[in-house]
Design a protein around this ligand. Structure first.
Ligand code: NAI
Length: 596
């Protein structure tokens, strides 16, 4: 890179507090690269007491000795107009303003006097405001300006004993934010420097090993670059120290929505508590460019609330061939049937998912969120008192054999059935490109959560079960489940101990662990696919079931089917006991292979 490429010839730079420390280095660098420099310094102690012209004079002489042009200014930055006046009087313009002057009055918050507070604010915040305000009209007129505000990590992170200083330093960040916006159209850029440097301010505060490496001259080039006409940075916070520089930004988390509809006007502190982990989750935090972007997200939220598109929970569901195969095995697919191979072997040319696999993303969402319990006035639903009542699954697009689905879920309806409550949840799963792949609707019966004065009947949109034809079934298929069926099926994700742990099953009121309702659903869907689509998953559209009674692993399932157009009604019962376990059920097909 050519040396001295970045020059400031013809530019006038005002550096406040340039009689020492960082300011001195800025002034020297500007002076050595052709700028005419106003070396401002009041020359007091670092507590802000006294005044002396010496500090500024020494630096002016240093610049001159190196062949540069400089003039001293002894005003306090609080008299910003006078500081800028010095530049105008001597050089006729002001192009660069580095607001750098500063003092310290460190005290714990209890001991901070009004004077300590005001003095620190006056020098840092008001001083920067006054100098900037005075320089602004000149910069506007010439359609050019570069302004620096000096903040501090003490402001960004806080620092014991520096309440006044931290507050003023964060005030400067706010000031810079707005100056950057107001100046942008006139090519006036304003940025913040967050330095850490060895100076009289930090002597005795920073450990020796740091102090010796934190040379102010390692920061000066960063400030100089920010003040060059080539630099397009505006409104940024740049931290720099010890030969390191980085941009610092505010970020905003994804947050949590605390209302479920636009009509909900009251939010309880308990609900806020239940959502707190999401409120403070920063894993998907993002920087917002402007206040408009921030309010934009609120407008978007309100629109979603109006359209009823707010989800109460969100989860990702990653799956691949192994998951599809494990699921297929869990619902009884077998290599003994060559037609099942497409569900069990990833290299089969027709390898595909059994569509009922896609009940899992919805189920996993309800298991990992507190969707069900927050829907209940009692707030109490756990694995010992919930039963799967009904399930609806609809395939909305081509189903993939691997990928990551994002599932959003919401409580759709809550019913009071006396002996318990029914919570209906809706879940929608989207693929990586935002395509809606499947919709799930689950009705969960929460034992003992009823009698809260709620309504009995479902709202519109809760998918009803169908009347099973009264004629003899058009077809029946039997499948024998194995003793290990639940042990195998649970590996697809539903790890509720009710299905494997005898003592847990006893607590929930069962003699032995029971089979998952969704496992029986899987067997039944297999029967319909086998009978009416030649196991072609692509012809499957939707399934709806009601779970009427539990199945024990090892029992034989009989699926009776009635075909009516593209709808196949079915009923599943236990051969050994004759008990109906799935009723009012149907599969809707897109088409059939039409054999009967
Ligand atoms: P310094 O004390 O060496 O230099 C500050 C200069 O400002 C002094 O020469 C002082 O006479 C002058 N000054 C004080 N009040 C003034 C007023 N009312 N009008 C005009 N000049 C005045 O301090 P240092 O370390 O060079 O600090 C420069 C700036 O950087 C300050 O704003 C400070 O808060 C900030 N800063 C410094 C850090 C560091 O590690 N040194 C860390 C974070 C921020």
């Amino acid at each position: 890179m050519a040396e001295s490429n970045l020059r400031y010839d013809g530019r006038v730079a005002v550096v406040t507090g340039a009689g020492a420390g960082l300011g001195r280095e800025y002034a020297l660098l500007f002076g050595s690269r052709g700028a005419k420099v106003v070396v401002n310094d009041l020359g007091g102690t670092f507590h802000g007491e006294g005044a002396s012209q010496r500090a500024a004079d020494v630096v002016v002489n240093e610049i001159k000795a190196l062949g540069g042009t400089a003039v001293a200014d002894y005003n306090s930055v609080v008299d910003g107009a006078k500081v800028i006046e010095t530049a105008i009087k001597n050089f006729g313009r002001v192009d660069i303003l580095v607001n750098n002057a500063g003092i310290l009055r460190d005290r714990s918050i209890i001991k901070t006097s009004d004077q300590d507070w005001d003095f620190v604010h006056d020098v840092h915040l008001k001083g920067s405001f006054k100098c900037t305000q005075a320089a602004f009209p000149y910069m506007k007129k010439q359609n050019y300006g570069r302004i620096i505000m000096t903040s501090s990590n003490s402001g960004i992170y806080g620092n014991f004993g520096q309440a006044n200083y931290s507050a003023a330093k964060m005030g400067l960040v706010g000031l810079a934010n707005t100056v950057a916006i107001e100046g942008a159209k006139n090519n006036i850029f304003c940025n913040v420097i967050i330095p850490t440097a060895a100076s009289r301010m930090t002597e005795g505060i920073l450990p020796d090993i740091l102090f010796n490496e934190l040379k102010p001259q390692l920061i000066a080039p960063v400030v100089a670059y920010l003040c060059h006409e080539n630099c397009e940075e505006n409104g940024s916070y740049i931290e720099s120290a010890a030969g390191f520089a980085t941009k610092v930004q505010t970020v905003r988390g994804k947050g949590a929505v605390l209302r479920t509809s636009i009509d909900q006007k009251v939010i309880t502190p308990e609900y806020v508590q239940s959502k707190w982990t999401k409120v403070v989750d920063m894993s998907e935090a993002q920087h917002l460019e402007s206040i408009a972007a921030a309010s934009g997200t609120l407008v978007e939220l309100l629109e979603k609330l109006k359209e009823g598109k707010i989800s109460d929970a969100e989860d990702t569901f990653k799956f691949g061939a192994k998951d599809l195969i494990l699921y297929a095995l869990g619902i009884g697919a077998t290599v003994k049937d060559s037609n099942d191979l497409k569900f069990l072997y990833e290299n089969d040319t027709d390898f595909s998912a059994i569509p009922s696999f896609f009940v899992l993303p919805g189920l996993m969402l309800s298991m990992t969120s507190n969707l069900i319990s927050t829907a209940l006035p009692s707030g109490s639903a756990d694995l010992t008192n919930i039963l799967h009542g009904e399930q609806y699954l609809e395939i909305c697009d081509d189903i993939p054999t691997n990928g990551t689905l994002t599932t959003t879920g919401k409580v759709f309806d809550v019913m009071d059935k006396g002996s318990g409550a029914v919570v209906v949840t809706n879940a929608e799963s989207y693929d990586e490109s935002g395509r809606l792949i499947v919709k799930n609707q689950s009705s969960i019966f929460v034992v003992g959560a009823g009698k809260f004065g709620g309504k009995k009947n479902p709202i519109n949109g809760v998918v009803p079960i169908a009347n099973t034809p009264s004629r003899a079934p058009d077809a029946s298929i039997q499948y024998k489940t194995t003793e290990d069926q639940a042990a195998l099926y649970r590996l697809s994700g539903d790890l509720n101990p009710l299905h494997i742990d005898p003592s847990f099953a006893a607590i929930a009121g069962f003699k032995t662990p029971i089979l998952h309702g969704l496992c029986s659903l899987g067997f039944s869907v297999r029967a319909v696919l086998a009978k009416f689509t030649d196991n072609n998953s692509a012809l499957f559209k939707a399934v709806k079931v009601r779970f009427a009674a539990p199945v024990l692993p090892g029992q034989t399932l009989k699926v009776d089917m009635w075909k009516e157009g593209k709808r196949v009604h079915f009923r599943t019962s236990i051969v050994e006991t004759g008990k109906e376990v799935i009723t009012g059920a149907y599969v809707d097909l897109k088409d059939t292979s039409a054999k009967l």
